[in-house]
Design a protein around this ligand. Structure first.
Ligand code: ADP
Ligand code: ASP
Ligand code: MG
Length: 481
């Protein structure tokens, strides 16, 4: 049993959907595909919802029209007329529901997270309908399934947490019978269902997570994440020209990379795979013959494999006058962050032992002003000082073994020091697989480049030659085409 997941770019238009369909068809049955919304559609849906709430109805209609165009383009690529008519009718129904949800929001002049999730699910739902119809049109028996009946979650709209047991039961009920009948199941990524049946979402980029959740629920022997890069690279290729594919990484390494900002995987993707030891492969729909990256429990190599950064974070620092109070004060801060649903990216304690730093995702915290007041309130009993630094970035160099070597952090700090990049905090733990530094956000890109050069180095000449040859061939084919 294989689960294949296709991201937005990989289903961005009619041609890409056909390419994805041929990739699916190459896998043995039983198989399930998880699809994202076509590239751009999720952002347009969120923009339309925000415009509905603020009364900007012309802009809202413009976004809806653009989504319509994208979907009509994909529908136009379904060659079998009966399948095209059927899928078009289903997509029209989804768009009718979208329009009525948007008009509810416009009337209420406010957008709840519940409404937002209902609205944004239109992208994935439409794509699952269109992908299943595309497969059938090509002669492959297939059926679409909306994940709000499969992936059970809590009701934290916008960032719902899955319930694995409920998901397993629902997958047995709504997916297994189709697989047993020899159908390829096409499930929506990104969305789930709250206990009362309302549609939830797993957070931006959550379709990767949907794929491993479905894989775990079905005891899949592999989950494949098909995307627009040929695997997990040693850095974001949009940022570092010398980035190259990492052939194998461990679950721990992949989790650290995703946690510290490597967008190629949603931060929670790997978790469901770990418990059942399911291998996860990251592959490119643009180069399906490339081997990609294999994520497994133990990977070889004890060097730094990849460098990543995450910007737009907030650094909270608390200082307590009495050393003995640190644990109690830290616990009060954790309690408040928990109450406020604030996501903690990293925590460290200064060597003075009177100071703790909390790197947090500002999300809906209201910024440093509001957050400092909230934390001061929680620390009333401690005469603590609280400072807050906005717009910082975390930079992580990931590699099991290497990150635990005592000299590694010193070497990394030396690299940043020579480039006069200020380091606000740093950490290295013996059990950890990442070296982590916090820097002002404006230095993040340069820090990633320098660390990549120092620890990973330039691409081997052979790979460069291949890349240049490929670029030449591609530009020639573009000129010819
Ligand atoms: P999808 O729509 O297929 O889910 P995403 O845009 O979410 O694709 O993720 C793929 C993107 O992640 C790549 O285009 C790349 O720019 C970015 N990325 C960031 N860090 C890395 C990395 N270390 N390796 C590969 N891609 C990365
Ligand atoms: N379509 C959703 C998003 O853009 C989910 C995903 O692509 O993984 O966030
Ligand atoms: Mg993604």
């Amino acid at each position: 049993m294989i689960v294949l997941k296709f991201g937005g770019t990989s289903v961005g238009n009619a041609e890409r959907v056909q390419d994805a369909a041929s990739i699916i068809e190459l896998q043995p049955i039983p198989r399930a595909a998880v699809v994202s919304a076509a590239s751009g559609v999720t952002n347009l849906l969120l923009a339309a919802a925000a415009d509905a709430a603020s009364g900007n109805l012309a802009k809202m209609s413009d976004s809806v029209a653009r989504i319509n165009d994208i979907h009509n383009g994909v529908l136009g690529g379904i060659t079998d007329p009966a399948e095209r008519t059927l899928a078009t009718a289903d997509v029209i129904m989804l768009h009718t529901a979208l329009n009525s949800a948007l008009s509810d929001v416009a009337t209420a002049q406010s957008l709840s997270k519940r409404d937002s999730d209902r609205i944004v699910s239109t992208g994935e739902k439409s794509m699952s309908v269109m992908m299943a119809a595309t497969l059938r049109s090509r002669g492959t028996p297939a059926v679409h399934v909306f994940a709000d009946t499969v992936v059970g979650t809590d009701d934290r709209f916008g960032a719902a947490r899955p319930d694995r047991q409920r998901t397993r039961e629902q997958a047995a009920q709504h997916v297994l019978p189709h697989l047993a009948a020899g159908l390829t199941v096409v499930m929506t990524g990104f969305i789930g269902g709250a206990p009362d049946g309302s549609t939830t979402t797993l957070g931006r980029g959550g379709s990767d997570y949907s794929a491993t959740l479905l894989g775990a629920a079905l005891d899949a022997h592999e989950v494949q994440i098909w995307t627009d890069v040929p695997g997990v690279l040693s850095a974001d290729p949009r940022q570092v020209a010398d980035a190259r594919v990492v052939p194998t990484i461990s679950y721990d390494e992949a989790q650290e990379l995703a946690h510290f900002g490597a967008k190629v995987l949603h931060p929670r993707t790997i978790r469901p795979a770990v418990a059942l030891d399911i291998p996860v492969r990251i592959l490119s729909t643009f180069a399906p013959e490339e081997p990609g990256t294999l994520v497994i429990r133990h990977a070889t190599g004890d060097h730094i494999k990849a460098v990543t950064a995450m910007k737009g974070l907030m650094l909270l620092t608390i200082d307590v006058p009495e050393l003995e109070d640190l644990a109690a004060a830290a616990s009060a801060v954790f309690g408040r962050l928990h109450e406020d649903h604030v996501e903690i990216v990293q925590v460290s304690q200064a060597s003075s032992r009177r100071r703790m730093t909390y790197l947090i995702d500002p999300g809906n915290t209201g910024g440093c002003g509001v957050m400092s007041q909230r934390i001061l309130g929680a620390l009333e009993d401690f005469e603590a000082d609280v400072s807050c630094n906005e717009n910082v970035a975390v930079v992580a160099a990931v590699g099991d073994g290497a990150a635990a070597q005592p000299a590694a952090l010193g070497r990394l700090l030396g690299v940043l020091d020579r480039a006069s990049i200020p380091v606000l905090a740093s950490s290295q733990q013996s059990s950890n697989v990442a070296l982590v530094v916090i820097v002002p956000a404006q230095h993040a890109e340069r820090a990633v480049e320098l660390i990549h050069t120092a620890f990973i180095g330039p691409k081997p000449a052979s790979a460069r030659g291949r890349r240049q040859r490929r670029a030449r061939v591609m530009s020639e084919s573009v000129r010819v085409g």
